[in-house]
Design a binder for this molecule. Structure first.
Ligand code: PAF
Length: 280
């Protein structure tokens, strides 16, 4: 079922029975197997599943990136129909969501937004918070599903939900990878054949970093990763960061009982790829 307006969404929700759980999978479309894994997780835990498809202008800090973002609604619906015929797609227009004022709300994310993606993409997370809060208020799901590829986004959404006291469970789902290890992303389609192959280097390096983290200091691991990328002809490292997985505070000294994660952003030509790995 395809819903284009808030009104259509409301009438769909009005038919929901009290004991029927709703799962929401927010997306910006250009769906791939990574999204399907979120939808499958949602289907296994809920009676009804809504997939929102909305390219949210307030989270793009680069208008060129927004302009180039693939809009493939028909193909997305076809792909979704390969796993279930009972899915509900909510694909509103920008006007439907933002009316005549495309405005970003400002959140207090307690530093979660100051590192990594937040440092390199100004106001991006306020834009993500704005749209996810709107979608959660509109769809009122019991659970909402997000991929761990955007791990920082996942933690920020958890914080936003806590701050706004929204009655929803946020579920993080594991990264889905291409056969060569490259994390699935709509952006992979923009890579040349050579770069898509070469980009396997990103996950390979993260896996080696994880191994090194067992016996080396975080600083040594960071330096080692930087060196590996310096020696790579086609991939440019924007950042490598090792942080506390919950607070996203960059590591100073390894502590017992703290979960750490390594994060990278890498340019392959003009395509920006991100990935991360749990280190312990
Ligand atoms: O991860 C995404 O695709 C987007 O950031 C999200 C969560 C759908 C918000 O627009």
């Amino acid at each position: 079922m395809l819903l284009r307006t808030k009104k259509e969404l409301e009438s769909f929700l009005s038919l929901k029975k009290e004991n029927e759980d709703i799962g929401l999978v927010p997306t910006m479309g250009a769906l791939h197997q990574g999204h399907l894994s979120l939808v499958s997780a949602a289907l296994s835990e809920n009676k009804k599943v809504v997939i929102s498809i909305f390219v949210n202008p307030t989270q793009f800090n680069n208008t060129e990136d927004l302009r180039k973002y693939p809009q493939t609604l028909e193909a997305d619906i076809d792909l979704l129909s390969t796993i279930s015929n009972e899915l509900v797609v909510f694909a509103p227009s920008t006007e439907e969501i933002y009316a005549d004022e495309v405005k970003t709300k400002s959140y207090q994310f307690h530093g979660l937004d100051k590192v990594m993606e937040g440092e390199f993409r100004e106001d991006h997370f306020n834009g993500v918070g704005t749209i996810v809060e709107m979608l959660l208020r509109l769809v009122k799901p019991d659970s909402a599903y997000f991929g761990e590829k955007d791990f920082q986004q996942l933690q920020i959404i958890r914080k936003m939900v806590e701050l706004q006291q929204l009655p929803v469970e946020i579920i993080g789902c594991p990264i889905v990878r291409e056969p060569n290890g490259l994390a699935m992303s709509s952006r992979n389609e923009r890579l040349s054949k050579t770069l898509r192959k070469e980009a396997s280097f990103i996950y390979e390096t993260l896996q080696n970093a994880k191994e090194k983290f067992g016996t080396n200091s975080a600083q040594e691991v960071i330096k080692w990763v930087q060196k590996k990328f310096e020696n790579h002809q086609l991939l440019n490292l924007e950042y490598i960061e090792i942080t506390d997985a919950d607070t996203l505070t960059p590591i100073q000294k390894k502590q017992k009982n703290v979960k750490y994660r390594a994060f990278v952003a890498v340019y392959a030509d003009d395509v920006r790829l991100i990935d991360n790995i749990a280190l312990n």
